[in-house]
Design a protein around this ligand. Structure first.
Ligand SMILES: Nc1ncnc2c1ncn2[C@@H]1O[C@H](COP(=O)(O)OP(=O)(O)OP(=O)(O)O)[C@@H](O)[C@H]1O
Length: 257
């Protein structure tokens, strides 16, 4: 999918102007950027909730899943019913497997108010996977959770993605989440929203730890980008440049493997 030259104003506020980004199929694209730069607006455009003033989305998906900061479960339905409701013909074993994968076995008959925030968010993610969307949008889904729990959720999402290999766009403020999950990390600037850097990490998600050399280097590049420092030289700059020359109008500054 290509977000092609998108522009969007809210009254006098120019959030996006000529914004361009390719979302690669079957990858996790993590989007990092300052508050108010337009991350949710981008997701809303991909999902069709918001219409761009100009530009187009090429390769638009029909079946899109969306996980928000809050779980949005139906309080009068059990955990299992909340998951089942998104797909009429789902086989019971699919739901059972998903519930087990997100660590909620034995809570099938619990109602949302009987679960912790982390458990409810696990249920929301299981529901999104049960829907089997062509593209899954996630807008800071772990925001309200503490660090340990967030890292558990990241691990769970790595496992789900390794199994399903679906296309995910994951918005976050947390660098660690982006480093552990992103096939590509898109660093945005604001006023208007533009792509500052694209960092590609080749190490499979399931094998990553935050102390790996490539993740440490990626963290430095991201922090430099966020604090406007000069970009560091990257060992794989040549292949990154090749990608730019052959590819779209991204600023792929670094390709780490
Ligand atoms: N429907 C709307 N009407 C008016 N202004 C809006 C609307 N939606 C978003 N905005 C404004 O557009 C800008 C971008 O908002 P958006 O929510 O996309 O940013 P964000 O990067 O997701 O922010 P955060 O990281 O704080 O969640 C903000 O200044 C916001 O106030």
């Amino acid at each position: 999918m290509i977000l092609k030259n998108l522009s969007k104003c809210f009254a006098d506020l120019k959030v996006l102007e000529d914004f361009h980004l390719e979302i690669k199929e079957k990858e996790i694209t993590c989007i990092l950027g300052p508050s108010g730069c337009g991350k949710s607006t981008l997701l809303n455009m991909i999902s069709g909730i918001t219409t761009p003033d100009q530009g187009e989305i090429v390769g638009k998906k029909e079946r899109i899943g969306y996980v928000f900061q809050e779980d949005r479960l139906l309080p009068w339905k059990t955990l299992e019913e909340n998951i089942r409701m998104v797909k009429k013909k789902g086989h019971p074993s699919e739901i059972r497997d998903l519930i087990e994968m997100v660590g909620l076995k034995n809570f099938e008959k619990s109602y949302p108010h009987q679960l912790s925030g982390g458990m409810r968010q696990r249920c929301a993610i299981a529901r999104a996977y049960h829907y089997q969307s062509e593209m899954l949008l996630m807008d800071e889904p772990f925001k309200s959770l503490d660090y340990d729990l967030r890292m558990n959720m990241v691990k769970m999402l790595q496992d789900l993605w390794t199994k399903w290999g679906n296309t995910v766009v994951f918005v976050t403020h947390e660098i660690d989440e982006a480093l552990l999950l992103g096939s590509r990390i898109i660093l945005l600037r604001k006023n208007p929203c533009t792509v500052d850097q694209v960092i590609e990490i080749k190490t499979p998600q399931s094998q990553r730890t935050l102390t790996d050399n490539d993740l440490v280097r990626a963290r430095e590049i991201i922090i430099d980008g966020m604090t406007n420092k000069k970009k560091r030289t990257c060992h794989h700059e040549k292949s990154a440049n090749d990608r730019i020359n052959n590819g779209i109008n991204d600023k792929l500054l670094c390709c780490l493997q």
